[in-house]
Design a binder for this molecule. Sequence first.
Ligand code: AMP
Length: 277
Amino acid sequence: MLIVKTVAHMKSLMREESGSSVGFVPTMGALHDGHLSLVRKCQKDNKKTVVSIFVNPTQFNDPEDFEKYPRVVDKDIQLLMAEKVDYVFTPSAADIYPSKDEQDYELGDISTTLEGEHRPGHFNGVASVVKRLFEIVSPQRAYFGLKDFQQYQIIKELNKRYDLGVEVIGCETQRDADGLAMSSRNALLSSTERETALHLSKALKLIAGASNGKSYNELEQIGEDYLSEVDDIDLEYLKVVDPENLKSPNGENHQGNRIALVAARVGKVRLIDNMFV
Ligand code: AMP
């Protein structure tokens, strides 16, 4: 496994790899089995696998969140070595952003709702780093978790609108045995907070179980009522939407899939989760 620290080195390695299939898994580190499931899928589909570890400052709208974000690069490298990954890319922020990225990415309505509404600037930061990383690595395929469902939709849109030419692949959310969605931020939870956080996936399961014949609004109400009974959860949103456009057409009978998405703070930790319902 090669650890690549600079953009110039990564680009030159990828020039040598051109012609063989390269798959890419962008991460912010503090790796868990959710990340590793992406890595394994990538290895299955491609000759070479690149994993990036970069805590992207431009996607944090809250400076304290950026500061507290868990950073355990040495441990991450051990994990990736055990997975026999080909390249780990650990660039510096100065190398990724030699000048300020001023571009406003136009990604349509899906970027202004849910996380877009609650974390202003977040998706612009995600778009700028993913576009930059795609340009450096030039992968055939890139792997993203459905845990960040809206991000996955945004990246597909970015890829299409900016003609980045990458096959964007979504991978199922990995959960702990009790249902909590794996997240790097879970490491910041106390054991009591972890118990509290478990109610997020429970609320989503409750909605999934009640979905048949109910309207979008009724399902949201079921989830909100459940979470309102839980102490110490500060709910930001719980929405049931069409997964393609992230809208909930009120009053209409639904056809096909729906997805419930939730964001909440447990103590100081902001968590998100979702489930098809
Ligand atoms: P992050 O390090 O949080 O930026 O995540 C890097 C990638 O791993 C993103 O595509 C995430 O959606 C994905 N990911 C994070 N948690 C999970 C999970 N529990 N299951 C599957 N993929 C995940």
